[in-house]
Design a protein around this ligand. Structure first.
Ligand code: DX5
Ligand code: ZN
Length: 215
C-alpha cells in the first residue's frame, strides 16, 4: 500500500512542530533542503531539522537534498535525525561514490532525477540505492502542476524491480493531489510526497488516510 510523505515546505513555519504533529499519522516526513545553487530557492538546513528529533519520534525523516554538494552536508543531516538521505543525480559528478559516502553514514540512500532527466541514467545505480525519487515538477517550489511523464518513469522502475529483483522504494514528488496520487499508485509508486495539497486542508490526517486507502 502506498504511503503519503507530507512535505513541510508547504507548512506554516511559524509553528513547525505543531504543523508536523498535524500530519503525524503519516509514516514519512519529507524535508526539502535547498541551497540556492542547485535550485533557485533556499529552505532549511540541519540546524532547524535537529529540533524535530526531540519532538517527533514516530516518523521516518525523509530528507530530499536539492543541494550542489550532498556529500559534504550529508553527515550534518544524519546527525540532525535523517533516516533517508536522497541526493540529485544532476548535482554530482559521480553518483556511485556519492551513494557509497552516504551509505557509510548508516542511513538509507536515495537518488532523484528532475523531470527532464532520462530514467536510463539510473540503470547502473538501481541495485545500489534504497529509494528512487522521481520529480514530477521542477525542483525548487511547492504548488506546481504534476508533469505526467513521471508516470512512465514510475512504471519503468516498478517493472525493473520485478524483472531484476531490485529492492528500492519508488517515491514521487510534486503536484500530488487525489487524482495524480491515484495515477502514481496505479503506475506502482510506494511513497507520494505531498505538500500544498495536504497542508491547505483543514483535516490533514483524514486526507492522508483517504489517499492511502484509495489503493
Ligand atoms: C519541490 C519539493 C517538493 C514540494 C512539493 O522542489 O521537492 O517536495 O514540497 O510540493 P507540492 O506537493 O505542493 O507540489
Ligand atoms: Zn521534495
Amino acid at each position: 500500500m502506498a504511503k503519503v510523505a507530507p512535505s513541510i515546505l508547504s507548512a506554516n513555519f511559524n509553528n513547525l512542530i505543531e504543523e508536523i504533529k498535524s500530519v503525524d499519522n503519516a509514516k514519512y516526513l519529507h524535508i526539502d533542503v535547498m541551497d540556492g545553487k542547485f535550485v533557485p530557492n533556499i529552505t532549511i538546513g540541519p540546524l532547524v531539522m535537529k529540533h524535530f528529533k526531540d519532538e517527533i519520534h514516530n516518523m521516518v525523516m525523509d530528507v530530499h537534498l536539492m543541494i550542489a554538494d550532498p556529500v559534504k552536508y550529508a553527515p550534518d543531516f544524519k546527525d540532525a535525525g535523517a533516516d533517508i538521505i536522497t541526493f540529485h543525480y544532476e548535482a554530482v559528478k559521480f553518483a556511485e561514490p556519492t551513494i557509497e559516502e552516504i551509505k557509510k553514514l548508516e542511513v538509507k540512500v536515495g537518488v532523484s532525477i528532475k523531470p527532464l532527466t532520462d530514467i536510463n541514467v539510473l540503470d547502473d545505480l538501481l541495485d545500489k540505492v534504497d529509494l528512487v525519487l522521481i520529480m514530477s515538477v521542477e525542483p525548487g517550489f511547492g504548488g506546481q502542476e504534476f508533469i505526467p511523464s513521471a508516470l512512465d518513469k514510475i512504471r519503468y522502475l516498478a517493472k525493473a524491480r520485478i524483472d531484476k529483483g531490485y529492492k528500492y522504494l519508488i517515491e514521487v514528488d510534486g503536484g500530488i493531489n487525489k487524482e495524480t496520487a491515484k495515477e502514481c499508485i496505479e503506475a506502482g509508486v510506494d511513497i507520494l510526497v505531498a505538500g500544498s495539497y495536504i497542508f491547505k486542508s483543514n483535516n490533514r490526517k483524514a486526507l492522508i488516510e483517504e489517499i492511502e486507502n484509495d489503493n
